[in-house]
Design a protein around this ligand. Structure first.
Ligand SMILES: C[S@@+](CC[C@H](N)C(=O)[O-])C[C@H]1O[C@@H](n2cnc3c(N)ncnc32)[C@H](O)[C@@H]1O
Length: 269
């Protein structure tokens, strides 16, 4: 049995930060809730007994559903794909609305493994628009990895929607981890490739409002973001920890090869 880990490469993936996160996770909690799950690095690392995973990206949540409920069919469908330029563009041009859920999930995983830079990105019309990546040997069908992810996801409820939905079911004792699109460090480094519409300062403030409301409810909340005066200000009064991430971005690193990021916590143990 191989250990479950993210099966998609996702912008902002937290794989490299897990070791630094370890001492920051609460020692005890009832359910694990991740409202902006993306590639799910933290979920797969924690492997909680009960989880609720959410994202605004409906295609992403459908892939999780297919991996959880139909993993063998998905693996069989992935086997048909080829790492060839013409084939890539033919698959990219398919209308997802005309495919079955298994075919749609298979298409998204295939594009994620073979596209340039291996990221999910759509244009304003919500069409996947990344060019072919020319990888020698992309891991299109990782059957063992998908089966392991499927087993981990059997313990998860999967929801599509806005992060504020969490207020409808959060309870004292839940552990909630938020990983929003980061507040840009400078006007030029902004990245808004997740879903159409950008996560601007208004959205960051709305999220901070949900963080405060969850604190009132008694849930344990952890949140990642970039280290900017704005982020520090909207979470003033909460525990702030720093972690160091390797990032190829356009600003002067304040530690060799890495940049400082913030983890905001509303609990101490
Ligand atoms: C930084 S990524 C999460 C990365 C993830 N932690 C990982 O390790 O791969 C942010 C995620 O937030 C989602 N998102 C953006 N706006 C949202 C909203 N209003 N409600 C819920 N999810 C949202 C995006 O679709 C994206 O998957």
């Amino acid at each position: 049995m191989s250990a479950a880990r993210p099966f998609l490469k996702w912008a902002g993936g937290k794989g490299q930060l897990l070791e630094q996160f370890k001492p920051l996770f609460p020692k005890q909690y009832e359910r694990y809730i991740e409202p902006m799950v993306g590639g799910g690095a933290v979920f797969f690392f924690l492997q909680p007994e009960k989880a609720i995973l959410m994202d605004l990206n409906a295609e992403l949540m459908e892939v999780y559903r297919v991996v959880r409920d139909n993993v063998e069919e998905l693996i069989a469908d992935l086997e048909k794909h080829k790492n060839e330029k013409d084939y890539y563009y033919a698959i990219r041009n398919l209308d997802p609305g005309k495919l079955t859920p298994v075919e749609r999930a298979s298409r998204l995983i295939y594009l994620n493994k073979t596209c340039y830079n291996g990221l999910y990105r759509v244009n304003r019309k919500n069409k996947f628009n990344v060019p072919f990546g020319r990888y020698k040997n992309p891991d299109i069908v990782n059957a063992q990895g998908l089966r392991a992810a499927s087993r981990a996801l059997k313990k998860a409820e999967l929801l599509t929607g806005d992060f504020s939905l969490v207020l409808e079911f959060a309870r004292p004792g839940d552990f909630i981890y938020f990983d929003p699109p980061y507040q840009p460090l400078s006007a030029t480094s902004s990245f808004t490739g997740y879903t159409p519409g950008s996560f601007d300062e208004g959205e960051q403030k709305r999220l901070a409002g949900v963080f405060k409301e969850l604190t009132r409810i008694g849930s344990k909340v952890m949140l990642s973001n970039s280290d900017t005066p704005f982020v520090r200000e909207i979470y003033q009064g909460f525990r702030v920890q720093t972690v160091y991430a390797k990032r190829a971005i356009n600003s002067r690193p304040d530690r060799r090869g890495s940049i400082k990021e913030l983890v905001i916590l509303n609990y101490t143990d």
